[in-house]
Design a protein around this ligand. Sequence first.
Ligand SMILES: Nc1ncnc2c1ncn2[C@@H]1O[C@H](COP(=O)(O)OP(=O)(O)OP(=O)(O)O)[C@@H](O)[C@H]1O
Ligand SMILES: [Mg+2]
Length: 259
Amino acid sequence: MRTVPIVGVVNQKGGVGKTTTAINLAAGFARRGLKVLLIDCDPQGNASTGLGVTKHNPNATLLKLLLDAADEKPLDQTLKDCMLESADGVFVIPASSDLAGLDGYLSQSVGKEFLLKEAVAAIEQEFEWIIFDSPPSLGILTINILTACEGLIVPVQSEFYAMEGLSQLLKTVQSVQKRMNPRLKIVKIVLTMHDPRSRSSQQVSKELQDYFGDSMANAFIPRNIRLSEAPSFGHSAVTLFPQSKGAEAYERLIEELLA
Ligand SMILES: Nc1ncnc2c1ncn2[C@@H]1O[C@H](COP(=O)(O)OP(=O)(O)OP(=O)(O)O)[C@@H](O)[C@H]1O
Ligand SMILES: [Mg+2]
């Protein structure tokens, strides 16, 4: 059986560039002709809207898929209904705000940490890359991601408070490795909104390098206005502004991931 790279873009700290990273990686892989699925696991739904997936059926979202899995329903039709192709050629399973209630709906469910893994198992062979965008928390959605994926990409915003919270993420990753998903590993730590001339950025970069060594991506993502503008047009920057510094940086990261 072919093994499909399944990666989660995670960091429970908000606004560090998870969604921007997930969208641009997915679109960059699609530009290379790879069949990519992006699963939006954040009730904010930014990955869905950022790729222009806005007019989906509100009853055909990740929440429905996970609830069907919890109810032991066959997933094939729901998967078909939920999956949409974005203008950038990325297949998306969108999220909606009601996904925030997942934990409540699942209170009686046995094995609720494994629902996403189950859903992905039903379609993974159709894809060459599967990427999860995660919410800024370590709740049930993120645990489902950690259980379902084999690799993590951790965007870290290059600023003074960057390290805050990373140790908690690492602890959670270790618990999941031990109890639920031994193959889980951190693939790349990626500096986002990085300014190599700023002293605090340099310091964060050095601390991460010392701690994570080879897991640090060589490519860093600079602060770049095109990265924040592109989602308002329903596209990734790598598709819409391929010459921008931000898109070029994501292209370098993609090359590292494919190497
Ligand atoms: N390299 C960058 N340069 C400039 N702006 C950026 C960059 N990366 C992200 N942004 C902007 O910063 C904001 C937060 O980014 P993003 O939504 O990707 O973070 P996030 O970690 O997904 O946030 P959340 O935790 O809320 O899901 C967005 O407005 C985004 O457009
Ligand atoms: Mg996000």
